[in-house]
Design a protein around this ligand. Structure first.
Ligand code: AMP
Length: 292
């Protein structure tokens, strides 16, 4: 890897074949290419992943694509925020080499019918509440990794289960991309940054804070010696309800690889939450114990 000399201005690609040719040209010069897949509406969390990607690669590419196949009918695909100008300004402030922002037909041309069925780790948690979601994610991520011929791909811990699903896909399909996890970036009060936070009105924003509070309290209980994962999950759920969430889809303490709920804490254990505040569904997690 060579040292970057100046902050690049992103070249924007709408067509996937031109983007793929550019990535190939970089690789033929011996440069490592890293990709950060996003759906746009970028915040500091996304930009932190681009910066992390730069630490691992010579060329950083960011995709901005609101992927229709990972939304079920009735979810927020149509109203998902689209903030192109601000996104590009943000990416140029941190310095990325290319942005892939394709129209949907470029990714899914007429007759497209090949999908990547995700592993079992996609079935609990999000898989229970958004049954077709991860198949949309694995399919688009496989395609993006191939388009970029990515040496590295960076994903956020914020979507912990997504990372587990993608890691297994990459391993089992022998995709030669190294997957890197970036930490969850939070607002100063603890709320995990999310493109969906903008849906919250001020009163909902206050109640949304109970998610990170409950997760941090869970982590504190572990630091104080609690080992019983079921007790931890019960307390987590109670804290969320007490904190004013309108409903909780799940609040679990799970194995960090399989995401199966645990009875007793073990290395790599994670606490994961999905809940609703008003019409907004939010997810968050904390790692409770380091992997051994
Ligand atoms: P999105 O466009 O929000 O679906 O996410 C694109 C990437 O950004 C995914 O790898 C997410 O896990 C990651 N991401 C989203 N929010 C955050 C955050 N607050 N901190 C770090 N990474 C994040």
């Amino acid at each position: 890897m060579t040292e970057p000399t100046s902050i690049p201005v992103a070249r924007v690609f709408r067509h996937s074949n031109e983007f793929q040719s550019q990535c190939l040209a970089w690789q033929r010069q011996g440069e490592l290419v890293g990709i950060v897949p996003t759906m746009g509406a970028l915040h500091e969390g996304h930009l932190s992943l681009a910066k992390l990607c730069r630490q691992h690669c010579d060329r950083v590419v960011v995709s901005i694509f609101v992927n229709p196949t990972q939304f079920a009918p009735g979810e927020d695909f149509e109203r998902y925020p689209r903030t192109w100008e601000a996104d590009l300004a943000g990416l140029n402030s941190v310095g990325v080499d290319a942005v892939l922002a394709p129209p949907a037909l470029e990714i899914y041309p007429p007759g497209f019918s090949t999908f990547v069925k995700p592993a079992k780790v996609a079935e609990p948690l999000e898989g229970q509440f958004r049954p077709s979601h991860y198949q949309g994610v694995t399919t688009v991520v496989a395609k993006l990794l191939n388009l970029a011929r990515a040496d590295v791909a960076v994903f956020g811990q914020k979507d912990y289960q997504q990372l587990a699903v993608i890691r297994q896909m990459v391993q089992e399909l022998s995709i030669p991309t190294r997957i890197v996890m970036g930490p969850t970036i939070r607002e100063s009060d603890g709320l995990a940054m999310s493109s969906r936070n903008g849906y919250l009105n001020p009163e909902e924003r206050v109640r949304a804070l109970s998610i990170s509070r409950a997760l941090f309290a869970c982590r504190d209980r572990v630091s104080s010696g609690e080992q019983d994962a079921r007790e931890l999950a019960v307390a987590l759920m109670q804290d969320l309800i007490d904190g004013g969430l309108d409903s909780v889809d799940y609040a679990v303490v799970a194995d960090g690889n399989t995401l199966e709920s645990l009875d007793r804490l073990r290395p790599g254990a994670v606490a994961l939450v999905a809940g609703h505040v008003g019409k907004t569904r939010l997810i968050d997690n904390v790692i409770l114990l380091p992997t051994s």
